[in-house]
Design a protein around this ligand. Structure first.
Ligand code: NI
Length: 254
């Protein structure tokens, strides 16, 4: 049994067969899935899926790549979505300096304002940080994080960075890259993270774990991430399973 703490079943990659994908996950012991929004439409779709399926919860947010669409209307709309039942977090939000479709200033504004919304609604945040480690850390360190905390999703940084985020009270989540053959450095970082702060996820349809790279990812493949995490931490799989489920439930209050 696992929880996929970060999926995009709201992506059009699943438009034609999402019932089968969800059934396959449940049949393979995935007891809960979070469907994470990345703009207003995908956030609404996440809520619709959460209404349709008892084992699905939704999160709502505007991704840094779409930060240029963030304005007062978007903020009002997102605030409305936050009040919906089964919405458990604000995300994914953050900074992405790999793709600069939205400028750094636009990204920073959308990130800060959504952190503020999360605080007002006492929700944890799901943080996307790609090639923006220093600025992400600075924003979160300057007292911007609410008491509900949050998670660094698909963590890709160094040991020092992980330790900084842990000190801020954040959880750290790993996805398919942990299983990639060339990911020795990432695995050595994961080995050091305390079990009570770890989450697992797929970020599907992206980042399919080894040995299925190249195919569409699905929530059931979170098991491969969890098993790899147990291996790098030299712990029984059952212990990692129980801990990541407990951590996910506690963080998102599900
Ligand atoms: Ni994602």
């Amino acid at each position: 049994m696992w929880i996929d703490s970060h999926s995009h079943l709201n992506d059009q990659a699943y438009q034609d067969d999402y019932p089968a994908v969800i059934k396959a996950a449940v049949d393979n012991g995935i007891t809960a899935m979070l469907v994470v929004g990345y703009d207003l439409d995908s956030s609404r779709r996440a809520i619709a899926l959460a209404k349709e399926y008892p084992m699905i919860w939704a999160t709502v947010g505007v991704h840094p790549q779409d930060a240029k669409s963030w304005n007062t209307d978007a903020a009002a709309e997102l605030t409305g979505l936050l009040a919906e039942p089964k919405v458990v977090a604000v995300g994914e939000i953050g900074l992405d300096y790999h793709y600069l479709d939205s400028s750094r200033d636009e990204q920073l504004k959308a990130f800060l304002e959504q952190i503020q919304l999360a605080k007002e609604y006492n929700k944890p945040i799901i943080i996307h940080d790609r090639e923006a480690h220093q600025d992400t850390y600075t924003v979160l360190n300057e007292g911007k994080l609410g008491p509900a905390g949050g998670v660094m999703h698909c963590f890709s940084g160094s040991r020092e960075l992980a330790s900084g985020f842990l000190k801020l009270g954040l959880h750290i989540s790993f996805a398919g890259p942990l299983t990639f053959t060339n990911a020795e450095k990432l695995r050595s970082v994961a080995a050091e993270i305390p079990l009570n702060r770890l989450l697992v996820e797929t970020d599907c349809p992206y980042l399919t774990p080894h040995p299925f790279r190249g195919r569409r990812n699905e929530p059931l493949r979170v098991a491969l991430v969890g098993e790899k995490l147990a291996e790098v931490k030299q712990l029984p799989v059952d212990r990692v399973m129980e801990a990541t489920i407990a951590n996910t439930k506690a963080l998102f209050r599900i």
